[in-house]
Structure formats: structure tokens, C-alpha cells
Design a protein around this ligand. Sequence first.
Ligand code: FES
Length: 100
Amino acid sequence: MPIMWRSFMPNLPVNSVHIRIDGNDVAVRPGISVAAALLTEGYRSWRTTRGQQQPRGIFCGIGACFDCLVILNGQPNVRACMTTVEPGDEIATQEGTGHV
Ligand code: FES
């Protein structure tokens, strides 16, 4: 079973990793991807495209499309589907290139 879907399985053991998403404290299951954490918290899109600010979230889920880019611990353009959450991670939704 892909690791990102474990968070949707209610009968698996519950423990948690504490992270922040857009400044909000969130507890998620250890070992899930950043994309799974975002989906679990109800996000369906978490970045916008550079040109037309179109919403994007997870698409391929295997690191190929780069639709799932997010700002992780201040670093923009991190693929959410390819990155595992770590305790204390600061995840932020990204607009355009993510550079200020
Ligand atoms: S969803 Fe395609 S690279 Fe992450």
C-alpha cells in the first residue's frame, strides 16, 4: 500500500508527528509524505502556477510532474509527494515560484 494512503486508514496505530502548515499546528502520522499530510488536513491544492496563478496540488504522486511544489522549512519548490514529514517541519503553500 502506498505510504501516503495510510493516513486514511482508520484502524492503523495512531501516533503523531507535530508539524505546522501555513502557521497552524498539525499532528500527522509519522512516515507519510508532505502531500499526504496536506491532503489529510483538507488541502486539495497548495501552490499556484507562475503565469496564471492556477491552483495545483498532487497529480502524478511519483515525483515526475512537479505540480505538488510547496515551501518546506523556508525552501521553495520542494516536491510534496517525494518528501516525508519530519517533526517540526514548517510547510507553507506556495504562490508562483515561491521566491519572495
Ligand atoms: S505530484 Fe507530481 S511531482 Fe509530486
